[in-house]
Design a protein around this ligand. Structure first.
Ligand SMILES: [Zn+2]
Ligand SMILES: [Zn+2]
Ligand SMILES: [Zn+2]
Length: 157
């Protein structure tokens, strides 16, 4: 599935795709807003979307004290992951496979009615996951995601 999903950043909304939270593994993934998208480490037919419909993410490499680049879409698992350190570990096997434009994400700014805080980098699998709950989902490395670094604030409808 998803052979034509060569997308990242601003291309997503144009094609009707969008970023969602997976209620099973807690990552940010890009799908069609329905279930059965990508590859979820929990198993089943893919990630299961819940909650906000996230917006297009800005793209580019121009970092500021509150914007980090090198975030990408993985064409194997459909997760948002940080590519700067390499391919990480993918639920689809081996490393993540970057497709599409590199995203530039806001961090350490106030949460607003249209931007959700507590999105975090997992230093084990390199994915973006929601760290605002007491439990921390499931990581492709086994166990739970482990947050490191910035607190991302991601835009949603
Ligand atoms: Zn999932
Ligand atoms: Zn992946
Ligand atoms: Zn992880």
């Amino acid at each position: 599935m998803g052979g034509t999903l060569a997308l990242g950043g601003e291309a997503q909304a144009e094609s009707g795709l969008g970023w969602r939270f997976c209620q099973q593994c807690f990552v940010m993934f890009c799908g069609q807003g329905t279930n059965g998208q990508g590859r979820c480490v929990v198993g089943g037919s893919g990630h299961v979307a819940q909650g906000f419909q996230f917006s297009n993410m800005p793209t580019g490499y121009t970092e500021t004290p509150n914007d980090q680049s090198y975030w990408n879409f993985c064409g194997n698992c459909y997760n948002m992951y940080f590519s700067y350190y390499g391919p990480g570990l993918c639920a689809g096997g081996n490393g993540h496979r970057s497709l599409g434009a590199t995203m530039l994400l806001r961090h350490d700014v106030p949460e607003t009615p249209t931007a959700q805080a507590h999105w975090r980098f997992c230093y084990r699998c390199f994915c973006m996951f929601y760290g605002g709950y007491p439990t921390k989902g499931r990581c492709a490395t086994g166990g739970i995601h482990q947050a490191q670094g910035f607190d991302f604030v991601l835009p949603h409808a």
